[in-house]
Design a protein around this ligand. Structure first.
Ligand SMILES: Cc1ncc(COP(=O)(O)O)c(C=O)c1O
Length: 371
């Protein structure tokens, strides 16, 4: 959902992409991107195009044909990173734990010892499964082996801790539409000096015009430079959403997401549903849970028609087997209670749960959230 502040700025008169007012807004949004990723050292990027555009831009700019890369696959989006790297000529190996698990430091460390990898690709939170990976541990394993760490935090940063400089990450990226709570259509990243040097010292040219991060570097250092027209209105909205995030402060924002996630998980489990992610790797942004008897579609439809609550179905083979609830961005304790209450009523009506008391369980967690 978008806040009223974000919606309001989207109704302002159109600015040109080189209008000084817009250039200032773009610069401020870039500065706020550094705050978002907790980086003083890295170069922030905001590009027009969804999260996948930045995933591909990072691959195209950093990886050369025949480079070996290791991809942590904890759901659909890890696999996507591997596919993109493969399309651009990389030799791709995967670490693929059982569904719902996240690999340990030791597993990644052992795998990185097996070959001369250039980069490790990690999905911070795989939105397909709700599994959160320990990026700090994985980046530390990568550093031990002199391997670049590239993090897809589309469903993480802004709601779950990500310390770019402190953890020694080389690229972290996200999309505008999830935890930042801006409209879809933009992708954001921070790129380390080391990663920029690797791009500059390639043996082969970057084989893309629009996705060449070195070409865009001059815009990110000075947004009055033109490479291609940015989505002006989206960047105005993004800057507003990032300002709201800055005002709330990351510490409070992360705590709000943690408490709300605890409340939602408590409600789901009180009804007897099994959460896909194991204890210890459950994301505070999205929760996937199994629905018995292949009735995910029915429950999904009932929540929408009766309560106007929109969940996501499982991806691909899990379409009928699981549902996913997003709890990030503008989410409040009231939203969480409404969801749990609706889930309790709908799942009892459909005979998918025979328990009550989910709201009370959720409230026990949510009362920690001070107004
Ligand atoms: C973890 C993750 N990575 C990448 C993407 C792709 O982002 P987009 O759909 O903005 O291209 C998504 C989208 O949901 C995602 O959840």
């Amino acid at each position: 959902m978008l806040s009223s502040r974000v919606l309001n700025v989207m109704g302002l008169p159109q600015l040109g992409h080189l209008d000084p007012g817009f250039v200032k807004t773009y610069s401020e949004a870039l500065e706020l991107t550094k705050y978002l990723f907790q980086s003083r050292e890295g170069l922030p990027y905001i590009l027009t195009g969804s999260g996948t555009l930045m995933m591909e831009a990072v691959v195209v700019s950093l990886i050369e044909p025949d480079d070996r890369v290791l991809v942590v696959d904890t759901g659909h989006f890890g696999e996507r990173f591997g596919t993109i790297a493969g399309i651009h000529g990389a030799r791709v190996d995967f670490v693929k734990p059982e569904l719902g698990r996240s690999p340990s430091f030791q597993e990644i460390d052992a795998k990185l010892s097996c070959a001369d990898y250039k980069a490790l690709f990690v999905t911070h939170v795989d939105t397909a499964t709700g599994v959160v990976n320990s990026v700090a541990d994985m980046a530390s394993a990568a550093r031990r082996h002199g391997v670049l760490t590239i993090v897809d935090s589309v469903c993480g940063v802004g709601a779950i801790e990500l310390l770019f400089d402190q953890w020694g990450i080389d690229v972290a990226l996200t999309g505008s539409q999830k935890a930042i709570a801006a409209p879809p259509g933009l992708s954001l990243a921070v790129v380390s000096k080391k990663a920029l040097d690797v791009m500059s010292n390639r043996k082969t040219p970057i084989r893309s015009y629009y996705m060449d991060l070195l070409r865009w570097r001059k815009v990110m250092e000075n947004p009055s430079v033109y490479v291609a027209t940015p989505a002006v209105n989206l960047i105005v909205a993004l800057k507003e959403a990032l300002s709201e995030l800055r005002e709330e402060g990351l510490e409070r924002r992360l705590l709000r997401h943690r408490i709300i996630a605890d409340g939602i998980r408590a409600g789901i489990e009180a009804l007897g549903f099994k959460i896909v992610a194991e204890q210890g790797c459950r994301a505070n942004t999205v929760t996937a849970f199994y629905v018995p008897d292949k009735k995910a579609g029915e429950l999904h439809a009932r929540l929408k028609s009766q309560f106007n609550i929109q969940l996501a179905k499982g991806l691909y083979e899990y379409r009928d087997l699981m549902l996913r609830v997003g709890h990030f961005g503008t989410i409040s304790a009231n939203d969480a209670v409404s969801f749990v209450a609706a889930l309790e009523v709908a799942s009892n009506d459909l005979g998918l749960a025979s328990k009550r008391g989910a709201v009370e369980e959720a409230l026990r967690c949510l009362e920690q959230l001070k107004p």
